[in-house]
Design a binder for this molecule. Sequence first.
Ligand SMILES: Cc1cc2nc3c(=O)[nH]c(=O)nc-3n(C[C@H](O)[C@H](O)[C@H](O)COP(=O)(O)O)c2cc1C
Length: 163
Amino acid sequence: MKIAVIYYSKTGKTKRLVEYISHKLKDLGVKVDVFTVKPFREYSSKLLHLNPRILYETLLSRNISIKGDEGFEPERYDAVIIATPIWWGMEAPPIHSFIQKYASLIKTPTYCIVTADLPIDYASKLLKILKTQGYRVKECIQVTELEKDRGRIDAMLDRIPRT
Ligand SMILES: Cc1cc2nc3c(=O)[nH]c(=O)nc-3n(C[C@H](O)[C@H](O)[C@H](O)COP(=O)(O)O)c2cc1C
């Protein structure tokens, strides 16, 4: 089985999560390719919450130019995992744009993981968005703290090879 993990991370939490799930999947005997999707022009790292470009692109669901998906061929994978930070209640713009771009191209079972600070159910929201876009989305979970949520992450990963 071969899985593609596609993610964006600005402050490192989603990146650490993806490193964890890649190791875990490899332990389960799954081949994993990781694609780090980024805005073509990365956001400045200063004062992220006050960044007007982030606010504008996120709240208006802008489709932005992305990079990092070169070489991603959806048909080569048995399943896809999409991971994103939540910004202002939404998936981060690079992942929003990735989801739009590959809507009719990813036909395999799709899983998603959102990372956020607040215990608000953002996962269900992204699951609905993916379904609306035609993704065969199986499961979407939320991670606020990697340590605390490890059990739920592991449980989801265990289910993927049986998809
Ligand atoms: C601009 C911005 C907006 C955010 N909005 C939310 C939010 O609406 N709800 C929430 O729970 N966390 C929010 N967060 C926190 C991030 O979702 C959380 O820290 C995430 O895990 C960061 O992922 P990363 O380290 O991979 O970039 C926000 C963070 C930033 C920088």
